[in-house]
Write a protein that binds this ligand. Sequence first.
Ligand SMILES: Nc1ncnc2c1ncn2[C@@H]1O[C@H](COP(=O)(O)OP(=O)(O)O)[C@@H](O)[C@H]1O
Ligand SMILES: [Mg+2]
Length: 223
Amino acid sequence: MNIINAKQVTKTYTVDHREIRVLDSVSLSVSQSEFLVVQGSSGSGKTTLLSLLSGLDKPTSGRVFLKERDITDKSEDDLAQLRKDMIGFVFQSFHLIPSLTALENIMFPAELKRDPAAREKAIKLLQRMGLDKRSGNFPHQLSGGEMQRVAMARALINSPEIIFADEPTGNLDSANGRAILELLLENQKISRTTLVLVTHSNAIAKMADRMIVLQDGRITSEQ
Ligand SMILES: Nc1ncnc2c1ncn2[C@@H]1O[C@H](COP(=O)(O)OP(=O)(O)O)[C@@H](O)[C@H]1O
Ligand SMILES: [Mg+2]
């Protein structure tokens, strides 16, 4: 089954009365449990593509299906619900809530769903990410690598079917970057989650089931 289906998705922005075509009729299917790497130079449309596939943003034309459900015209509320139920995000800048501790940040999505096991699940994930000793730390008391591991644990707590990771190692040194990618890949192997990963690393791209390259808003290569 294709868990993600994008059909001729186009995204344009109008800046100073000029239309900029950021994605140009992109069609893409991702199957369940697939590990897809997205590459392309800065400005090629990678982040925009992820935003459209996850319903964070709407295409100018074209349609997006998640599990064969057309999400293109869904309301913001429906989309928020859908993301909460099936999607985990990991971003380049970690997007942690500064006033919450590491443990509380991880618990947050599970608490939104009123999951009674939120704390227990968060503690398990803290351990898996090697963060046991950082449980009570606030984001400003964590290193970049630790913040990204908290962000990953938070993305995983509701056992999402799809993880979108947008240059998750972009702000980390190479050792921390490798550790984050290893945790992501390990999770993908264990839980058979669908993983869509934007990364410049060719070594990681080689480990993916498939790689696409974006250039000026189009898929120019697929292997
Ligand atoms: N809200 C916006 N308004 C105008 N242009 C935008 C907006 N968001 C992104 N862009 C432009 O779209 C292009 C693709 O951006 P993006 O998807 O972030 O690329 P990438 O993630 O590959 O670096 C860039 O040229 C960027 O400037
Ligand atoms: Mg980007």
